[in-house]
Design a protein around this ligand. Sequence first.
Ligand code: NG1
Ligand code: ZN
Length: 499
Amino acid sequence: SFPTSELVKFSDLHPKPSNVTFSYGTAGFRTKASLLDSVLFRVGVLAALRSKRLDGKTIGVMVTASHNPEADNGVKLVDPRGEMLENSWETLATNLSNAETTGDFIQVVKNIINHQKIDISKTANVIIARDTRPSGPGLVAALEDGLRAMGAVARNEGVKTTPILHYLAGKKAPPLVVDCANGVGFFAAKAMGEYVNSVLPLIPHNIAINALGALNNACGADYVKTSQRLPPSLVSVLHPGQRACSFDGDADRLIYFYLDDRSQFHMLDGDKIAALVANFIAELAKGAGLDGKFEIGVVQTAYANGSSTKYLSERLPVQCVKTGVKNLHHAAEGYSIGVYFEANGHGTVLFSPSALSILETHQPSTPAQSTYLSNLIALSDLINQTVGDALSDMLLVEVILAHKGYSGLEWDSIYSDLPNRLVKVVVKDRNIFETEDAERRLTSPPGLQQRLDDIIRKYDGGRAFVRPSGTEDVVRVYAEATLRPQADGKSQTFDLEIM
Ligand code: NG1
Ligand code: ZN
């Protein structure tokens, strides 16, 4: 059931010149550039077949004739770990390139599929690059026709050295453990995995969506953020250095974490995500030559770790608003690019219509600027701007880490979190608690804020506040301080005061 019609149509656009015999030698096909159009098309088809044969692993294709004269060109395939194409496939490449007619070509393709037992329904992933030869763009276009005819996912890296192409083909993101909170996020992670696994292998855990009582139980973003520890179900899964993330029960919150080489747990919450993302966007905007063209701002709530607020406000405008995504979203709309995240991992980035039109019309003045610009545009496409989305945010984080070559440790060291505690206190009537200053101070019950201030003053680097929850019948007490025992002590003291 192999759909040949696309292949026939495209193959007819790239006929083999008669009276030429091609051969896939030690460095692939190499000859006068003017003879190579059909070869490039067919190599595109072969690269897709090779990737499908290897379960969608990424195949590299380099268009170059190396040290030979400029009028020559050539093409070679690079296997998934960055090494040369396997020997037996060199013969297949030669056979394919010498099929005289489209009919002969289709027959050779079918033979390869049968003999190699290729599951044609698998996704193919191919990464391509070329050297600076003037014949390069035309030959890459023929190659892309071959990939298109096979429905392959192609990534054109433009002009690159041969070793860089080998490196890019062989490099792989380390697998990411995804705690799905035993909820619906598992469906989304599974569906997304089909597209991203070849570059970012996802390993879903806590996927018991039908087990009664399992949802968010000792797992998920809220468990990790609140208890500041690893879900017990992941203790035997994570190894030192490995990065993981947790969704919440409806997959709109995202919290990252990793174990250091002493197996110590480190959490990367919404504030760390905001810092990573805001920095990166500012860096891209600057690199694209858009410095000062628009305002990039960050929106947080009172729950943002004091260190994150300090770090961000030294670099960008930062605003604190009342708890609740609608408040953050609204404030973020006030910037050209507004980054908003609650500490609990709910957030996204908004690009204003005018920012988007600046991105569309901006004329970069150097190739480097143009790369920064296209990366920034690609980010605006990647981000789910309607609402915080754990899966889109996860891809955003992974893209930035890959781009910067950061591990969890390097991301974590942007700033150090102040030790903090968040506790719930059950009170007779939470409605008597009223706040001001983006919920950072109490106006009622009378006198309580004054007593809190007196306590806070005793603690080094102390900050604390009390507010009624909008979602549960409790009052929340948040406290942070320079040292862990102080943060704990302070929240306990408050807890007693309120009751
Ligand atoms: P309340 O219950 O008002 O604190 C909680 C979260 C909010 C937000 C809402 C909606 C904390 C401290 N509070 O609000 O950030 O996510 O739920 O889900 O995380
Ligand atoms: Zn949620």
